[in-house]
Design a protein around this ligand. Structure first.
Ligand code: 13P
Length: 250
């Protein structure tokens, strides 16, 4: 059984004091929720304090990216080891904003994934097509390239803890959520690719999250799909009450 994972990606939002106020409220709101895993990914600057605040709680801490090396001359980057010491469990990799605004390539994402795995952290690999690619009928081809280039070369054992997030670029921050059927079709396709790479049994264990305009109003219908194992929530994770409603869907 795949335990649902409801994850919040705060992107470039919230200072340290805002993070602290949020977490104190949010912890109360989700106290006692045990049948699903919860993760929050604040900006790097708030991670250490968030790790202290969440120590001993059931809320997991995530980072929004990581470099592949443990240390080195990489101005502006953060290493997996640094994240681990802050109490981070999950690392979001290959988010479409990293790909499209900052020019991250499939090869860079593969390297970052390798560094994250070496540090014993769990990657959340984001994949997804643009509107142009969808309209050109290239969605599955894009997903295949992104999944294969990030994951080939790793063994199933090395990828223990891997999570995939399907985030269609046209649904991110637009209010235009994928229909549950559209999400299911992409998730089933991704699970099929994982089956080709690592075998059916391993593919059946990997959680595939949906991301793109998830809200309290649409989470339940998305989660009702057989291959939707959770959500990666942007805008609607910024308010503790709203995110708690999403966490407590159903
Ligand atoms: P929104 O929920 O704001 O559409 O963002 C989704 C996302 O990019 C999560 O990583």
């Amino acid at each position: 059984m795949r335990k649902p994972l409801i994850a919040g990606n705060w992107k470039m939002h919230k200072t340290v004091s805002e993070t602290l106020a949020y977490l104190r409220r949010f912890r109360e709101l989700v106290a006692g929720v045990e049948d699903r895993e919860i993760m929050i990914a604040p900006p790097f600057t708030a991670l250490y304090m968030a790790g202290q605040e969440l120590a001993g709680s059931h809320i997991r801490l995530g980072a929004q990216n990581a470099h592949w090396a443990e240390s080195g001359a990489f101005t502006g980057e953060i290493s997996p080891l640094m994240l681990k010491e802050c109490g981070v469990t999950y690392v979001i990799l290959g988010h479409s904003e990293r790909r499209h605004i900052f020019g991250e390539t499939d090869e860079m994402i593969r390297q970052r994934l390798s560094g994250v795995l070496s540090a014993g952290l769990k990657p959340i690999l984001c994949v997804g097509e643009t509107l142009e690619e969808r309209e050109a009928g290239r969605t599955m081809e894009v997903l295949e390239t992104q999944v294969r280039s990030a994951l080939s070369g790793f063994s199933a054992a090395e990828l223990q803890g891997l999570v995939i997030a399907y985030e269609p670029v046209w649904a991110i921050g637009t209010g235009r959520t994928a229909t549950p059927e559209t999400a299911q079709e992409a998730h089933a396709y991704i699970r099929g690719l994982l089956g080709d790479l690592f075998g059916k049994d391993r593919a059946a264990e990997v959680r595939i999250l949906y991301g793109g305009s998830v809200k309290p109003e649409n989470i339940a219908s998305l989660m009702a799909q057989p291959d939707v194992d959770g959500a990666l929530v942007g805008g609607a994770s910024l308010d503790p009450e709203t995110f708690a409603r999403i966490v407590k869907y159903g």
